[in-house]
Design a protein around this ligand. Structure first.
Ligand SMILES: N[C@@H](CCC(=O)N[C@@H](CS)C(=O)NCC(=O)O)C(=O)O
Length: 198
């Protein structure tokens, strides 16, 4: 059975949601990331050299980074469904949106929180406003980033949109707010949150 290395109220909730979408069996190992003195297991540190959650152990396969975990779980346990097949033309946009979250959304959010000034043409993430405008464009045809198909890309993008709303930095965008509502309404999202609370 897979082990998800998790801590409450962190990006590990993304991986929980992903595992619930895939409908796989997994156990949760709590990593006390807030402890003054960490006593992480060797397996966790091998999976996540930076000591960050989420991380995943699936037999001998070890990995961290929420986007990598979403891509892995979708390819391994839900090919053709949560991950478009390798020869599916949608695969390109699927990879783009999955990686858009760590490469663009998260740095732009950090910039917004810090109030730092931006240099959109040299920063890989542009700036916060262009990130939001790009997301709105991506969801214009909805309901998901690949149109009618929900995929692991929505776990990455959707969790960030929900997070931005929670932290009060999501602009009054109808398409993004409706997208967040659709994500929250998914049975797998609810199951993940129930497991998170438990
Ligand atoms: N890029 C990573 C970020 C993971 C991350 O920053 N995790 C935080 C919690 S949200 C963490 O584990 N912090 C504890 C630490 O850095 O020691 C991902 O998307 O998985």
């Amino acid at each position: 059975m897979m082990t998800l290395f998790w801590a409450p109220k962190t990006r590990a909730s993304r991986a929980l949601w992903m595992l619930e979408e895939a409908g796989v069996d997994y156990e949760i190992a709590h990593v006390d990331i807030r402890a003054e003195k960490r006593s992480d297991s060797d397996v966790f540190r091998s999976a996540s050299p930076m000591g960050k959650v989420p991380a995943l152990a699936d037999g001998e396969t070890l990995l961290a980074e929420s986007a990598a975990i979403c891509l892995y779980v979708a390819d391994r346990y839900s090919p053709g469904t949560l991950a478009p097949a390798l020869d599916d033309p949608l695969r390109g946009q699927y990879l783009y949106w999955t990686m858009f979250t760590p490469a663009v959304v998260e740095p732009a959010m950090a910039e917004k929180f810090s109030g730092a000034t931006t240099n959109p043409s040299s920063h890989g993430w542009g700036d916060y406003d262009s990130m939001i405008a790009t997301l709105e464009g991506g969801l214009a045809d909805g309901p998901w980033v690949l149109g009618e198909r929900f995929t692991a890309a929505d776990v990455m993008v959707g969790s960030s949109v929900v997070f931005m709303r929670l932290f009060g930095i999501l602009p009054e965008s109808q398409s993004l707010n409706e997208y967040a509502d659709r994500c929250l309404a998914r049975p797998a999202y609810r199951a993940a949150m129930a497991r998170e609370e438990a």
